[in-house]
Design a protein around this ligand. Structure first.
Ligand SMILES: Cc1cc2nc3c(=O)[nH]c(=O)nc-3n(C[C@H](O)[C@H](O)[C@H](O)COP(=O)(O)OP(=O)(O)OC[C@H]3O[C@@H](n4cnc5c(N)ncnc54)[C@H](O)[C@@H]3O)c2cc1C
Length: 508
């Protein structure tokens, strides 16, 4: 007999473990499992192993609300974050719900029995596993694990040194005394460079165009003072709100007064870079702050490496790889023993799961996102997707709480199906993510859209979402509830053979 679960969570990363906590706490009646394609907890924080890996947003908001980050470092290294996720899973017994080596490949919703019929592939044995679930909760992150974005550089096969991608950092790579070129100017490049510069002969950051970079103290004095003098139950939420609100205030300021923020960022650079440094060429982007993700460097570590002469920045384009390095469009040559292609991620929505609803394939790019977590016309499915301008977990936890409220609403009312349906033909559509970054543009036609009005619009604002998701009724007129549980069965309870009336589903 096919196993049935009330909720199936996809992925045991930061969000999947958070989902486990919220399900156990708010829906203790629900049976659930977490299917994880890999053999480990932690997702991003287990996959990436490059030197210097760290958070680029503060841990007081990237950590969970229910287990406040308890370390002085606000910007933390990858190993500490991984330990934190593992400890959370172990302390609460969430790890007992994880089934490793289970990659979910297909999910077929059937209104007849109000269930997802889910197919997973065992990544260790190749076996196929079939389960059903009442609700599918995707916590699969936002990018492919099996490959990163790797442009085909002309002549790269000629290069005699090593070419590596940060997503697959080789264990045996020792850069001591080596000349390293890092291609890219995003968060990964900026994290790697100071760390590599400690041992390498020299590190060159080769960028096509500059990024806004801001230095912040690795430890937040005010947050740590509050943590020391106040009891944990007060300091946890207080510090989290303080960090969430100050981050959001800076984002808002960037959107409303870009010229002012540009000047502010430039002043910071002038203070930290050597006198006479060419900031215009290397650190002055053509776009406004926060049109792409703004990069943070703790205690100005990148600028210190530049000042010490251990690292430098070249703004140019690659003409070709040569046997010994790179030739640039300006005619300049960069000699290298190691080239790191910090060229980014390949975005992937819903962990690549193929969806059908009552036999009809779901064409994800033509769906609208509801409250930043569900898809119009797709029942009983939510996805934990974090903010692009603040810590991921802030939004994921709001999503987790909302999902548990939906599940409890269904159960209390003896219903089994909830489908957000857009009846408003005047809703305009926009790309899901408002960033102009390369990885976002490359994926735009594979992602769902957002609408121009709530609940179809994604606000990227914790304050707004907090009000909209925590303080509102789940029965909002847009969500269609239906598919009563057959007599004698409790929604979310033991398996029930559905003779209930299916709810018609219209796609948005
Ligand atoms: C290098 C790096 C640094 C980052 N730093 C920050 C930061 O400082 N602040 C911030 O807010 N965000 C940051 N992010 C974004 C980051 O990914 C999130 O913060 C967060 O870790 C995502 O957690 P997640 O659990 O949602 O996804 P992931 O960490 O990606 O975990 C998803 C899990 O789902 C599994 N999975 C995927 N598809 C399937 C499937 N079909 N079946 C079964 N399992 C599946 C994966 O194997 C993985 O274990 C960073 C990202 C990267 C790459």
């Amino acid at each position: 007999m096919t196993e049935h679960l009330d909720v199936l969570v996809v992925g045991a990363g930061l969000s999947g473990i958070g989902a486990g906590h919220h399900l156990q706490t708010a829906c203790p009646w629900a049976s659930y499992a977490i299917f994880e394609a890999r053999d480990a907890i932690g997702g991003t924080w287990d996959l990436f192993r490059y030197p210097g890996l760290r958070s680029d947003s503060d841990m007081f908001t990237l950590g969970y609300s229910f287990r406040p980050w308890d370390d002085d470092a606000s910007i933390a290294d990858g190993a500490s974050i991984l330990r934190y996720i593992r400890e959370t899973a172990a302390e609460e017994g969430i790890d007992r719900h994880i089934r490793y080596h289970h990659r979910i490949v297909r999910a077929a919703w059937s209104s007849d029995d109000a269930r997802w019929h889910v197919t997973a592939e065992r990544t260790d044995t190749g076996e196929t596993v079939e389960v059903t679930c009442g609700f599918l909760f995707s916590c699969s992150g936002y990018y492919r694990y099996d490959r990163g974005h790797q442009p085909d550089f002309p002549g790269q096969e000629r290069f005699g040194g090593r070419l590596v991608h940060p997503q697959f950092w080789p264990d045996d790579l020792d850069v001591s005394g080596q000349r390293v070129v890092v291609i890219g100017s995003g968060a990964t490049a900026i994290t790697l460079i100071p760390s590599l510069a400690r041992d390498a002969a020299h590190v060159t950051m080769l960028q096509r165009s500059p990024t806004y970079i801001m230095s912040l103290p690795a430890e937040d004095g005010l947050a740590n003072l509050a943590r020391r003098v106040l009891p944990d139950r007060v300091s946890g939420p207080l510090v989290r709100w303080y960090k969430a609100l100050t981050t959001q205030a800076f984002y808002q300021l960037s959107q409303r007064r870009p010229a002012f923020v540009k000047r502010l960022l430039r002043k910071g650079l002038e203070r930290q870079l050597p006198p006479g440094y060419d900031i215009d060429t290397h650190f002055s982007p053509t776009y406004d702050p926060w049109d792409q993700r703004l990069c943070l460097v703790p205690d100005g570590d990148l600028f210190k490496a530049i000042k010490a002469g251990d690292a430098s920045v070249v703004t140019d384009r690659i003409e070709t790889f040569t046997e010994t390095g790179l030739r640039l469009e300006s005619g300049a040559e960069l000699d290298a023993d190691v080239v790191v292609s910090a060229t980014g991620l390949e975005m992937l929505f819903l962990g690549g799961i193929e969806l059908t609803v009552d036999g009809e394939p779901v064409d994800v790019p033509s769906t609208l996102v509801y409250k930043g977590m569900m898809l119009g016309g797709v029942p009983n499915l939510a996805t934990a997707v974090g903010y692009t301008n603040a810590s991921w977990t802030l939004k994921c936890e709001l999503t987790c709480e909302y999902v548990t409220r939906l599940l409890n609403h269904l159960r209390t009312n003896g219903l089994r199906q909830c489908t957000p349906v857009n009846d408003d033909t005047t809703i305009g559509t926009e790309p899901l993510l408002g960033l102009s970054s390369g990885y976002v543009r490359r994926a735009a036609d594979r992602l769902p859209k957002q609408g121009d009005r709530f609940p179809w619009k994604v606000y990227q604002s914790y304050l707004r979402d907090y009000r909209a998701l925590r303080m509102s009724d789940v029965d909002d007129g847009v969500m269609r509830f239906g598919n009563p549980a057959p007599v004698g069965a409790v929604a979310g309870g033991p398996a029930a053979d559905g003779q209930a009336e299916p709810v018609p589903v219209t796609s948005s």
